[in-house]
Design a protein around this ligand. Structure first.
Ligand code: GLU
Length: 262
């Protein structure tokens, strides 16, 4: 009898521990709930991709991506102040997302099928396209002219992948940030930078010694990026809802135009 009671008690203890653990996991495994609990969204943002993510003259995070982050914070937490920015680059953003340093990335990040294997995306909020930036007076007039020449890419960006396979006899050199890439072009380390038109246009607007060539070679749908898994599901839904509302009411279009983005 005593044995039976002890076994029963042990069984109850195991079952209860299991219940508690399961409940805890369920609570932890919801990124939206965690954000609501801490009353703040931590967003990985670029600081080197004017006009999407940059630091303005007052030292504030600015650009279309930063504005979108504030709108998302307002939509989910009721205030656009409830966002904390963490600077990321193309090469370290995935690591910062997965180490949970940030809740999401709003960082000129394109949806690609390869990335979709390891991260989840919101609906797109902008469509860019890969293009070529050269020094004024360059003989390079299109991506084909880069054969036998040297092109710059940014580590961790989509052009790193596409360029290495697309052009024969092309030497590719990489940099971690966009300012380093621009500096390398201006100091003749290479013949062109290949990246998104929007980012390259931002460089041309700030520096008239470089020119953006007219042709676009890819479609780059920018989206908010999340850790892949069930814990992101509600958060993605909430972010998509905000993107959807702010697209329909014209707010995103309005923000784009303030930053000169087409
Ligand atoms: N949109 C491209 C990408 O996701 C290039 C811009 C960037 O470096 O973030 O890689």
């Amino acid at each position: 009898m005593v044995k039976k009671i002890i076994s029963l008690l042990l069984l109850m203890m195991i079952v209860c521990t299991g219940c508690g653990k399961k409940q805890k996991e369920e609570q932890l495994a919801n990124d939206l709930e965690n954000i609501i609990k801490k009353d703040q969204i931590v967003v990985g943002i670029k600081t080197d991709t004017y006009p999407f993510g940059y630091i303005d003259e007052k030292g504030h995070y600015a650009g279309y991506d930063a504005s979108l982050a504030r709108i998302i914070a307002r939509g989910i937490l009721g205030s656009d102040k409830k966002v904390k920015f963490v600077p990321v680059t193309s090469s370290d953003r995935m690591m910062k997302l997965y180490s949970e340093e940030v809740d999401m990335l709003i960082a000129t990040m394109s949806i690609t099928s390869k990335r979709q294997e390891i991260i989840d995306f919101s609906n797109p909020y902008h469509i860019a396209g890969q293009a070529v930036l050269v020094k004024k007076g360059s003989s390079v007039k299109s991506i084909r002219d880069l054969s036998g020449k040297t092109a710059i890419i940014i580590f961790g960006s989509t052009s790193e992948q596409s360029l290495r396979t697309a052009i024969p006899n092309l030497k590719v050199i990489g940099y971690k940030t966009y300012p380093e890439a621009l500096n390398a072009l201006k100091t003749d380390k290479a013949d062109a930078i290949v990246s998104d038109d929007t980012i390259l246009l931002g460089m041309q607007l700030k520096d008239d010694s470089v020119v953006l060539l007219p042709k676009r070679y890819t479609k780059e749908p920018y989206a908010v990026a999340f850790r892949k898994g069930i814990e992101s599901r509600d958060l993605i839904r909430a972010v998509n809802n905000v993107i959807d509302i702010e697209t329909r009411n014209g707010q995103l279009k309005q923000i784009k135009s303030t930053f000169g983005i087409k």
